[in-house]
Design a protein around this ligand. Structure first.
Ligand code: PMP
Length: 377
C-alpha cells in the first residue's frame, strides 16, 4: 500500500538515491580512514575530509572544527560533558529534548536554570531567557526549535547576551539543520549539534558537533582511543577534531552525510507553507486542537495536534489505516509537553521534509476530517 510519510522530524524519508549511492561506494571502496597509507585507507581519509569540508561550508566553520559523531545525541553529550562547569549555573529552556536534559541531569555541582518561552512572542521568550541568567551562569544549552511543536527560540539574541557575559553557548539544531540556514558565525554560538538523518537527509547514526571558527574552548574527553596518529602519547591529542574522535569512524555514515550536504537545497518558504496549510486546515475542524503554533518567531516544519477524545497513540494507528504515517505519544521532551499541556498523553506530530507536497498536507487534514466523521475510535 502506498503511504504519505509525515514523520520527517524523527528521520527523513525517503533518503535519496544519491545518498544511497555514496554509502554503497564507501562500502565497496573504503578502508579505514587515517589508519594507513594504502589506497583504500586514503580513499576513506578523503571521504572523511570531504564530509568535513561540506559541513564546514554549510554551517560556517573550518573543516578541522567539524567533529563527526554518531548523532546529535552524541554531539550534545560531548559538548555538555566536555565543557560542563564544576559549579555555577547552566541555562536551558523547557523545550529541550532528552538528548539535552538527560546529560544535564547527570552533572554534579551545577544548578540548572530553566526558562519557559512564550508561545506567541519571541521578544518575551528572550526576556524570559535573559532573566534566568545568573551571575554564575557558565554554560547555556538551548534548542533552536522545539521537536514537539516546531517553535523556534530567539537563539541568536540569547547567544549574543551570553557572549557579553562570557557564557559558553551550545545550540541543539536537530530540527533546524537542513530546513533553514544555520551558520554558527551568524548565530554567534560557540557550538552547534546536529544529526545527519533529519533535515539534511543523510543516514541515521551520524551527526556532527560544529565548533565556532574563533573558539578556544578546551574539551574534556568522554571517549579515548586510537586516532591513527601520535600513537605513543598516553592521552588524546589536544587539537580538534581528533581530540573528540576516538576509534574507527563510521565511514558509511560519513559518506552518506557528505553526499546529503552536497545535494542539499534549502526551501524554508515551501516548508513553512506546508506547515501553515496544515495548521489552518486542522484548525478548521471541530474536535482538533493544535498546540504552540502562533509564535511570531518562525518554525521548524512540523505541527503538534490532538484529535479530541482520541489518545494520540490510537490516532496514529487510525491514520496509518488511512495511509498517513506520523508520530504520536511523548516525543522525548517531557518539559515541552508539560508547557504545551500535552504532558499526560502526548500529541500527534506531523512533520514535513523535502519530498512532501501540498497534497500531503491536504491528505492529512482530509484523513483527520474523515476520522472525526467516522466517530468510532
Ligand atoms: N534534539 C532534538 C531537538 C531532536 O529532535 C533529536 C531527535 N529526535 C535529538 C536531539 C537527537 O537526535 P539523534 O537521535 O539523531 O541523536
Amino acid at each position: 500500500m502506498s503511504f504519505i510519510y509525515l514523520d520527517n522530524a524523527a528521520t527523513a524519508y525517503p533518503k535519496s538515491d544519491y545518498v544511497l549511492g555514496a554509502v554503497i561506494s564507501a562500502f565497496k571502496q573504503c578502508g579505514n580512514g587515517g589508519r594507513g597509507g594504502h589506497s583504500l585507507s586514503v580513499k576513506a581519509t578523503e571521504t572523511v575530509f570531504a564530509c568535513r569540508v561540506a559541513l564546514a561550508s554549510l554551517f560556517g566553520t573550518e573543516p578541522e572544527r567539524v567533529v563527526l559523531t554518531c548523532g546529535a545525541t552524541a554531539a550534545l553529550n560531548i559538548a555538555i560533558k566536555g565543557l560542563a562547569p564544576e559549579r555555577g549555573g547552566v541555562l536551558c529552556s523547557v523545550l529541550e529534548h532528552n538528548a539535552v536534559l538527560r546529560p544535564l541531569y547527570t552533572l554534579e555541582g551545577v544548578r540548572l536554570d530553566f526558562f519557559a518561552p512564550s508561545f506567541s512572542s519571541q521578544k518575551q521568550s528572550l526576556k524570559n531567557a535573559v532573566s534566568a541568567i545568573k551571575e554564575d551562569t557558565r554554560l547555556a544549552v538551548i534548542t533552536a526549535a522545539s521537536n514537539v511543536c516546531g517553535m523556534r527560540l530567539p537563539v541568536k539574541e540569547i547567544c549574543a547576551e551570553c557572549r557579553r557575559r562570557g557564557i559558553v553557548t551550545v545550540l541543539d539544531c536537530a530540527q533546524t539543520a537542513g530546513h533553514i540556514s544555520v551558520d554558527i558565525r551568524e548565530l554567534g554560538a560557540d557550538l552547534i549539534c546536529l544529526p545527519a538523518h533529519k533535515g539534511l537527509g543523510g543516514p541515521a547514526g551520524m551527526g556532527a558537533l560544529i565548533v565556532h571558527p574563533d573558539s578556544r574552548l578546551r574539551f574534556r574527553t568522554l571517549i579515548e582511543g586510537g586516532t591513527g596518529e601520535a600513537a605513543r602519547d598516553r592521552y588524546m591529542p589536544p587539537y580538534l577534531p581528533e581530540r573528540l574522535e576516538a576509534g574507527s569512524c563510521n565511514i558509511l555514515g560519513i559518506a552518506g552525510l557528505a553526499a546529503a550536504c552536497e545535494e542539499l537545497s534549502l526551501d524554508p518558504e515551501r516548508e513553512e507553507r506546508l506547515r501553515r496549510m496544515t495548521v489552518e486546515g486542522l484548525r478548521s475542524l471541530d474536535g482538533v486542537q493544535v498546540y504552540g503554533a502562533d509564535s511570531d518567531g518562525g518554525y521548524a516544519p512540523l505541527v503538534a495536534f490532538n484529535i479530541t477524545s482520541v489518545p494520540s497513540d490510537r490516532a496514529t494507528e487510525l491514520l496509518e489505516q488511512r495511509g498517513i504515517l506520523l508520530r504520536g505519544g511523548l516525543h522525548c521532551a517531557p518539559l515541552a509537553h508539560a508547557a504545551l499541556g500535552t504532558g499526560r498523553y502526548g500529541c500527534l506530530r506531523a512533520s514535513f521534509g523535502k519530498s512532501n507536497s501540498a497534497e500531503d498536507a491536504e491528505a492529512l487534514v482530509d484523513a483527520v476530517r474523515a476520522l472525526l466523521k467516522q466517530n468510532t475510535f
